[in-house]
Every structure is written in structure tokens, then in C-alpha cells.
Design a protein around this ligand. Structure first.
Ligand SMILES: CC(C)(COP(=O)(O)OP(=O)(O)OC[C@H]1O[C@@H](n2cnc3c(N)ncnc32)[C@H](O)[C@@H]1OP(=O)(O)O)[C@@H](O)C(=O)NCCC(=O)NCCS
Length: 186
């Protein structure tokens, strides 16, 4: 299996993988269905580099499904993917540019998990950040990804990540009680 950089044509499949990620933790409410439309649109825009003020933009790395019957040139089915972007924080000691990588939406379809695809995607993202001189990469580790991330050198953040939600806001699936509850904040 090989990993490649995603193009805007992969946006819908990356959104499907993101839905698989939520499904692993209980899934989104059916009445929230249109997040997928918004997500596909945003990924298509961002992967095309069409976002003003964001010269680097969002990147994603994906693994194609070798059994996909799609015709060449058509966006094909994916087995795994992960998304990353470079955030600009204030410069500080040890980080004069303030650049930090962020990884999100790591997802492998259920039938292809534990075969090394997530690691391929993660390493491709880390190589991308290294190429851009980024010396710190953050993510929120849900339970299923924690071992993989730690084995690639991720460690507990120096300070705990805290989140604030507006009154009445729905928590993401991994913040709700259930079998897939995150080890840390999701
Ligand atoms: C987290 C996730 C993306 C990992 O993807 P993956 O393709 O299964 O990742 P890998 O196969 O590279 O590694 C996963 C585990 O399988 C193990 N593994 C890899 N190849 C293996 C093999 N041939 N035989 C046995 N185990 C293997 C890895 O060592 C790792 O073990 P660990 O979790 O105990 O440390 C996937 O489980 C997933 O999509 N989960 C649901 C969504 C989710 O939680 N996303 C992360 C949000 S932060």
C-alpha cells in the first residue's frame, strides 16, 4: 500500500472517512447530517489552496482502495486518510515562527484497521510538517489512535488541553459517555 497527497477530488471520500471516525465513537445525530456537505465543500476549497491568508492551507494524505472499481481519472474510494494544517501561534522561546502543525480526522475504514495504514498516513503528515520546518505537532488523541501516536513519538501535552462549549452545544461523540470515550479531551 502506498500513501499519496490528496487532491480536491478526494474531498467527499475524506468526509466519508471522517464520518467513519465519528461512527467509531457512536456517530453524529441524524439531524446533523448536513455537516458532511459543509465538510466536503471546505475540504475541496482548502485542498485546492483557495483560502485567502492561508498560503500553506490544509493537506491530507490518503491510501487508495486497491479494489476500487472506479475508472482511472475518477475520484476513487479511500481506505485511510488524515488531514493536517499549519497553525500560526505567537512566537515564543524555542519557536520563533510560532508555526505548529495540527493533525485531525485520522481515519481508516473498519475493515482495513490494524494493518499499518494509519501509520503510513501519520508519517506522511509528519514528513510534510518537517519539510515545512514545523517543530511541534498537536492532535487530540481519541482512544483508538493513542497507541499509534505514542509509538510515533507523541506524548502528553505539557499543559492539559481545555475546551469551552457554549451552553446547549453538543459535545463531539468522543466526549459523550460510551464505549469509545477518549483517553483525553477530543
Ligand atoms: C486510529 C486509526 C486511524 C488507526 O488507523 P490504523 O490504520 O488502524 O492504524 P495502524 O494499523 O497503523 O495502527 C493501529 C494499531 O494496529 C497495530 N498494527 C499495525 N499493523 C498491524 C499488524 N499487521 N498486525 C497487528 N497489529 C498491527 C499498530 O501497531 C497499532 O497498534 P496500537 O494501537 O496498539 O498501538 C483507526 O483505528 C481508526 O480509524 N479509528 C477510528 C477513528 C479514530 O479513532 N481516529 C483517530 C482520532 S484521534
Amino acid at each position: 500500500m502506498t500513501v499519496r497527497r490528496a487532491t480536491p477530488a478526494d474531498a467527499a471520500e475524506l468526509t466519508r472517512l471522517r464520518a467513519e471516525m465519528f461512527a467509531a465513537y457512536g456517530g453524529a445525530d441524524p439531524d446533523e447530517g448536513d455537516w458532511e456537505v459543509a465538510c466536503t465543500r471546505m475540504l475541496a476549497e482548502q485542498l485546492a489552496g483557495a483560502v485567502p491568508g492561508n498560503p500553506v492551507g490544509v493537506v491530507a494524505f490518503v491510501v487508495d482502495d486497491p479494489d476500487d472499481p472506479s475508472l482511472p481519472g475518477r475520484p476513487g474510494r479511500l481506505l485511510a486518510g488524515g488531514v493536517g494544517w499549519i497553525e500560526r501561534h505567537l512566537p515564543g522561546p524555542g519557536n520563533r515562527t510560532g508555526a505548529r502543525g495540527h493533525i485531525a480526522s485520522m481515519s481508516t475504514v473498519p475493515g482495513a484497521r490494524r494493518q499499518g495504514l494509519g501509520r503510513l498516513v501519520l508519517r506522511a503528515l509528519l514528513d510534510y510538517f518537517a519539510y515545512h520546518g514545523v517543530s511541534r505537532v498537536d492532535l487530540f488523541a481519541a482512544r483508538m489512535g493513542s497507541g499509534l501516536y505514542r509509538s510515533e513519538g507523541f506524548q502528553d501535552a505539557v499543559a492539559p488541553a481545555l475546551s469551552w462549549y457554549a451552553p446547549g452545544a453538543r459535545l463531539p461523540p468522543w466526549r459523550q459517555p460510551g464505549p469509545g470515550t477518549a483517553e483525553r479531551a477530543g
